[in-house]
Write a protein that binds this ligand. Structure first.
Ligand code: SF4
Length: 352
């Protein structure tokens, strides 16, 4: 977790909506996503599989391809909207580490070759200078005997070493922002801890900003300064990490935290959230979480929740916190539509 942070956002994702079009339908993968990342900060993006985390990561990198497209919103990196000016100038400033290190490395090229390729493209290094920098990068991510292993192929590395090599390749771009998309999910817990320590060390040394994407609340609690909780293509809660874990507001966040297995709870049934994340091509409900929410009340079926400030940098998009329910949806789309006000007093809901 970072200590040195400025208040100015390095990256601002503003009202981002991403749609995938097929012959038959338009599938909304992201719907009005907002969050930001400041200099030297680690921001977590958590949620179950299918919540839109990876589409968010790919959007930031400019990797949404046909039939998908960014339909609206902005991705401002150092003040410039990349959806407007394009990603070319920012390519070396933002790097990504994917979940599966085996899929990220080309098996027919040596690890050193792949790092040198990134050094050539992004920093213009070739020959001996590139080889020496590749070795330095491998050393910086904790690869033992880096001068000897720089000529090894990915299959000669263990899973943890492959993920370190992927991180070294990402660092070869000399990025300011590292997007880590489930970087430890494919690793066992001891290697996972080593990779988390490595990212923490790299951030302290270089002042990197990190977007850390995971479905694992335990992992995000150890790495993030602030956390955004995502559900069905929307951010439903955002808060400083310590506050999110000590005082979660949104019923979905509470469900996720209650689902974390506890070593001391032997013999007890593991709590889960009933149901599943809706697929993007399902007709959205007014509150996306309503079909699974233990706190749902009448208005949740026809009013789209807005973010409500909870103080201390925390906000939650839930009608339990709205006094007047004024963001109804049109039944056909499940998205905000024609005004129809419902008072909280007319419902039997209430804040816990
Ligand atoms: S708006 Fe209603 S259904 Fe949605 S999370 Fe809040 S209480 Fe649950």
């Amino acid at each position: 977790m970072s200590d040195a942070r400025s208040e100015a956002p390095m990256l601002s994702v503003e009202d981002l909506s991403v749609v995938f079009r097929t012959d038959k339908e338009r599938v909304h993968a992201l719907d009005g996503v907002n969050f930001d990342i400041r200099e030297g900060e680690t921001v977590g993006l958590v949620g179950e599989s299918g919540s839109g985390k990876s589409v968010t990561a790919r959007s930031i990198l400019g990797l949404i391809n046909d039939p998908g497209r960014i339909e609206s919103g902005a991705i401002r990196f150092r003040g410039r909207d990349l959806t407007d000016v394009g990603w070319t100038d920012a390519r070396g400033d933002i790097a990504i580490v994917f979940q599966d290190p085996s899929g990220s490395l080309n098996p027919v090229y040596t690890v050193g070759n792949q790092i040198r390729e990134a050094l050539k493209i992004h920093r213009g290094l070739t020959g001996r200078a590139a080889r020496e920098e590749a070795i330095r990068l491998l050393e910086s991510v904790g690869i033992p005997d880096a001068p000897g292993r720089v000529n090894a192929y990915p299959n000669e590395f263990s899973g943890g070493m492959r993920q370190r090599a992927v991180i070294a390749t990402a660092l070869a771009c000399d990025p300011d922002l590292l997007v880590c998309d489930e970087p430890t999910t494919a690793l066992d817990v001891t290697i996972q801890a080593q990779i988390l320590d490595l990212l923490d060390d790299l951030q302290r040394e270089s002042g990197l900003s990190i977007l850390f994407i995971t479905h694992d609340m335990g992992v995000v609690s150890t790495v993030a300064d602030r956390v955004n909780v995502m559900y069905a293509g929307e951010i439903v809660e955002r808060a400083p990490a310590d506050r999110l874990f000590s005082d979660p507001a949104h019923p979905y966040t509470r469900g996720l935290l209650a689902s974390i297995p506890s070593v001391g709870a032997r013999g007890d049934r593991l709590l889960t959230i009933d149901g599943e994340v809706p697929t993007p091509n399902e007709a959205p409900t007014a509150c996306r979480f309503a079909p699974r929410c233990p706190k749902a009340f009448e208005a949740c079926d026809h009013v789209h929740p807005k973010h409500v400030d909870q103080g201390g940098g925390q906000s939650a998009a839930c009608l339990l916190f709205e006094e007047e329910h004024t963001t109804p949806v049109t039944p056909e789309t499940g998205r905000p539509g024609v005004a129809d006000t419902h008072s909280a007093a007319e419902t039997d809901g209430g804040t816990e």
